[in-house]
Design a protein around this ligand. Structure first.
Ligand code: UDP
Ligand code: MN
Length: 388
């Protein structure tokens, strides 16, 4: 018995050493690869972009944020747009395999422990994320229904809708997750900042590790959102999203008008995520509704105000993730072969009635003009409306 036990222990030890070696080599490889990975055209000027982009082009368009209520250059006390701005489904372990030996189990345990130590970050699950969706009464039917029929089903406990009026029908449909912010129902900067302030405060109160904001015309690929956040440590400062302009935004510093300040921001229409650590640093500046005053001070929309707080006030950086997509991108340029690796999609109606929507097969355009049902069918295929 004893010699056998001894042999077992030696075996396990040597397996542990091998596992440690493999892990070590893999970690070094990942670090080296990360450092030498080629940068995408626009990630050069901005923080790191760890994944490959399926986006083939970058249309020169003004970000939605600056399109409407922005105090344009030339206006009283003008701010100026900077150069180039011409415009729980973690990879969860499957069911227990009865054929896996104890030894194999132990080996896996060791490997997992090593991975956890090597990356030194907590594992991320869907429950770690507070998802907020900005909406307005007039879009409850048109936009929320689509979300409720698709991606909301994968994150019903984690997702909250921030709107501007009570609505008993949608309060019920969302399982009590409709928040009436009492902000005004408009697309003006002040109204959007008012809602964003409520989203931010609700995140702080939630005690979740991550806050992810989306617009109500976003499709969110929930499992990929969880997987992606798993690559980042929420106890560190992370601001993850997609810029919609090619250069940092440049504005006049209102505290010293002879100075200009420039910063990147993640476009709200593509969605963005902020780690708890960063959220806590933002709290003294933006918590308890102060976000609205910051927006008022710089007179810029909600998503730009987030960028201003993170990059200018707190001196942290936006990390660009190509997997977030707003309708400022041309959806037809996205590669529909790798949908599963993307985080968000969007759609918009062109002025001449044509849709900027993902060119994906599935339901016909009449049933699914935004293509969100077809995206959901392609990714999960489990809804009654999916083609058989
Ligand atoms: N929105 C809002 N109040 C409005 C109009 C829009 O809160 O009166 C929200 C809308 O629900 C969406 C975001 O603002 O989440 C952006 O609006 P939209 O997609 O209509 O315009 P975009 O800015 O993308 O062109
Ligand atoms: Mn939109």
């Amino acid at each position: 018995m004893q010699p056998q036990e001894g042999t077992m222990r030696v075996k396990i030890c040597s397996m542990a050493q091998q596992a440690a070696l493999v892990c070590g080599v893999m970690t070094v490889f990942v670090l080296v690869f990360h450092n030498f990975a080629p940068e995408t055209a626009y990630s050069k000027a901005s923080p790191s972009s760890p994944k490959k982009s399926p986006v083939l082009g970058w249309p020169e368009r003004a970000p939605r944020s600056l399109g409407r209520d922005y105090e344009l250059p030339g206006a009283e006390n003008s701010l100026q747009e900077g150069g180039g701005t011409t415009e729980g489904q973690t990879g969860a372990r499957g069911a227990e395999d009865p054929l896996v030996s104890d030894e194999e189990e132990r080996r896996r345990g060791i490997l997992n422990a090593l991975v956890a130590t090597a990356t030194a970050k907590p594992t991320t699950s869907l429950d770690d994320i507070f998802v907020s969706v900005k909406t307005t009464k007039k879009f409850h039917k048109e936009r929320l229904d689509l979300i409720l029929r698709t991606w909301f089903k994968l994150a019903p406990r984690q997702t909250w809708f921030f709107t501007d009026e009570d609505d008993a029908e949608y309060q019920r449909k969302t399982g009590g997750h409709l928040v009436n912010t009492n902000c005004s129902a408009s697309h003006r900067r002040t109204a959007l900042c008012c809602k964003m302030a409520r989203e931010f405060d609700a995140f702080l109160e939630s005690n979740k590790r991550w806050w992810c904001h989306f617009d109500d015309d976003n499709y969110v690929n929930v499992p990929q959102l969880v997987r992606t956040l798993g690559d980042y440590d929420p106890t560190q400062d992370w601001y993850l999203g997609k810029n919609s302009i090619r250069a940092p935004l440049e504005i006049i510093n209102r505290d010293n008008v002879s100075q200009r300040i420039s910063f990147w921001f993640a476009t709200g229409g593509a969605g963005f995520c902020i780690s708890r650590s960063l959220g806590l640093k933002m709290m003294p500046v933006a918590g308890g509704g102060k976000f609205i005053s910051v927006g008022d001070k710089i007179r810029l929309p909600d998503d730009v105000t987030i960028g201003y707080i993170v990059e200018h006030v707190l001196r942290r950086k936006l990390t660009v993730l190509d997997e977030f997509h707003s309708h400022l991108e041309s959806m037809k340029l996205l590669n529909t072969d790798n949908l599963a690796s993307q985080i968000s999609f969007s759609y918009s109606k062109h002025t001449r009635g044509k849709m900027n929507a993902l060119p994906i097969d599935g339901l016909d355009n009449y049933q699914d003009p935004t293509r969100f049902l077809s995206i959901h069918c392609r990714l999960f295929g489990d809804a009654p409306y999916c083609p058989k």
